[in-house]
Structures are given as structure tokens and as C-alpha cells.
Design a protein around this ligand. Structure first.
Ligand SMILES: [Zn+2]
Length: 324
């Protein structure tokens, strides 16, 4: 994995590259920012840059055995914390941290990557603290999460924090067309706009039939204020029924709610992700009013937060449709 393979985040690459070039790599990083923008991929690119024997022009080679193994996450000096029933547990952390105290097998650097670090339970996070306080030499601890605020402050304060922002839509379109050159550009653009700056989410959207059903799905949502509780709950059941698709539906609804806030503020339709639905959105706003719109937005935000702990929980989603 090379820095050059990752869309955007030029300033992050520069910070990481400079730390390596000056031999001042912090022992622990906390990469935080929205889902799917490339945080874990950046962690792999950093390890490649540290361990690739053919490093050149500020990047790893991307071709040697080390680079390829890191990309596949099979590199012997890369340890990735496993999630067990939606938690990262203390036994897992202890066992992986123990390995950091041995010499790297290929190295020179070894890395413990904790993707979804918000799933660390408290004993596991406390166990990690010990290593963060006295890190073995040439070991790199990388925590990755969209929600750093749920980690204990004692852990956060020992990490060098690197924020990742959303990417501009044009950048996401270029990324999509590189990955899926067979797909039409207007579909890639739809997916990019709906993804709110996340290439990972955009790629999932592009692969998903719902992108083609976008209008029908959002129309159904906009019709909910005129329907009874039974129909509203049926709508939320429809989303929850296909667990793997929940993030896609969330992205679509998130784009619609952002649009509704823009319409409520009287912004021109060109600014909307779902510009074709502008008249329907206006009718929806006339029906629900600004207070209930804010209640829905708040319920969506809660749903988005709950999802970190209970990805398939329906309660927050039900609250959202019922608050209409
Ligand atoms: Zn290499």
C-alpha cells in the first residue's frame, strides 16, 4: 500500500512522511474521522513506508514482498486486533501487545493496528495503556476510529492524533472511476455526492442496487408524515431487514436530511445532493415544520451514534420515523 494509492489527505501524508524521514515517529497514533475515508489504509501505507526496503520518492515501492504482505494484512510484523462479538477484549490485546516486545521478524518496524478502536472494552483499553506508557522500540501502535471521544482520555492523551476530514466530491469521483472504470460517470458522481466525502461509502453505494432505487426509497421516506405508525415502522423494518445494507440506507437518508436543512434555509436547488427531489422536500417541510425536522435530524444523529455499538439496533431508527 503506497501513499500514492490513497485518495486525498495530502496534509496527513506529509505529516506521516516527515515523521519517518526525520526518524521521529511517535509510538502511538490515533487516526480519527468519518467512516470509509481511508484511515486504516493510511495506517498500512505508513507501515509500508517504514518497512519497505525499496522506499523512494517519499513513498514505499508497493511491489516488494513486504509491501504486498502489508497490503494483504498478512505481514508477520503487522498485528491486527480481532473483534469478538462486537468487542475487542483484553485477552486479544494482551496477546498482541506481548508480540511487540519481540524483535521484528522482517521489520525493522512492527505494528499493532486497532481498527474500530471504539470497540476496545475498558479492561482492554487499560491493558493497552501499559504498552503506551513504555513502548518497545521500533513498535508502532495505531488506533483507528470514527468516534475518538468514546476512548478513555488516558489512552487518547498518549497518542499523536491525526484527524481525517471528508474528501471533496471530485476527488471521490476520480477514486471511483479508477476502481470501477466500467461504471458510468454520472452514477459515480451520484455515489460520490451521497457518500458525503467518504470513498469507502461511495464504493459501497456504487455497488449497491439502492443507488438506482434512490428516488423510490427517498420518496417513500418523504411520504411518511402522511402515514400512520404501522406504515412508518414497516419502513424502518425494511431497512433493518437487510443488515449489510444498513450503512447504504443511512448514507441515503443522511444526504436527504442534509438537503432538507438546506431547503429549509432557502438554498438554491443546485446545492442539493438530491436536487431532483426539491419540490417533494419543500412539500415535506410544509407538512412537518422546522421543529419536527430538527427532531428527525437529532434522531438520525443518535441512530448514527448508536450504530457504533449496535449496528443493527432498530430502536433509534424507529424513534426517527415516529418523530416525523
Ligand atoms: Zn516495497
Amino acid at each position: 500500500m503506497r501513499f500514492a494509492d490513497i485518495a486525498g489527505h495530502d496534509h496527513v501524508k506529509e505529516v506521516l512522511r516527515r515523521a519517518v524521514d526525520r526518524d521521529r515517529v511517535p509510538h502511538a497514533y490515533l487516526f480519527h474521522g468519518p467512516d470509509g475515508v481511508g484511515k486504516a489504509t493510511m495506517a498500512l501505507a505508513l507501515l509500508s513506508y517504514l518497512d519497505c526496503p525499496n522506499r523512494r520518492d517519499g513513498d514505499s515501492c508497493g511491489e516488494c514482498a513486504t509491501c504486498r504482505a502489508i497490503q494483504d494484512r498478512t505481514f508477520v510484523d503487522l498485528h491486527v486486533a480481532a473483534v469478538d462479538r462486537h468487542q475487542i477484549k483484553i485477552d486479544e490485546m494482551r496477546s498482541l501487545m506481548g508480540r511487540l516486545y519481540f524483535e521484528a521478524m522482517v521489520g525493522p518496524w512492527k505494528c499493532l493496528l486497532v481498527d474500530d478502536a471504539h470497540l476496545l472494552n475498558l479492561p482492554a483499553a487499560n491493558a493497552a495503556l501499559k504498552t503506551l506508557e513504555e513502548p518497545p522500540s521500533r513498535s508502532l501502535f495505531i488506533l483507528v476510529t470514527p468516534t475518538p471521544d468514546v476512548l478513555p482520555q488516558t489512552v487518547v492523551s498518549r497518542c499523536f492524533q491525526v484527524p481525517f476530514g471528508p474528501l471533496p466530491a471530485d476527488e471521490v469521483v476520480r477514486f471511483l472511476l479508477r476502481r470501477r472504470p466500467d461504471r458510468p460517470e454520472d452514477e459515480a458522481r451520484d455515489a460520490a455526492v451521497l457518500s458525503r466525502g467518504s470513498p469507502g461509502r461511495a464504493l459501497a453505494l456504487l455497488e449497491h442496487p439502492v443507488l438506482r432505487e434512490r428516488r423510490a426509497f427517498l420518496d417513500a421516506f418523504l411520504a411518511l408524515p402522511d402515514q400512520g405508525a404501522g406504515e412508518r415502522l414497516a419502513f424502518s423494518e425494511g431497512i433493518a431487514a437487510d443488515r449489510n445494507d444498513v450503512p447504504t440506507y443511512m448514507a441515503l437518508l443522511g444526504s436527504l436530511l442534509s438537503d432538507l436543512l438546506l431547503v429549509a434555509a432557502d438554498l438554491p436547488p443546485q446545492a442539493l445532493a438530491n436536487a431532483d427531489l426539491a419540490p417533494r422536500m419543500r412539500a415535506f417541510l410544509d407538512r412537518v415544520g422546522p421543529d419536527r425536522l430538527m427532531a428527525v435530524v437529532e434522531a438520525y444523529r443518535r441512530w448514527d451514534e448508536d450504530r457504533v455499538y449496535q449496528p443493527f439496533a432498530r430502536a433509534a431508527l424507529d424513534r426517527m420515523v415516529l418523530s416525523l
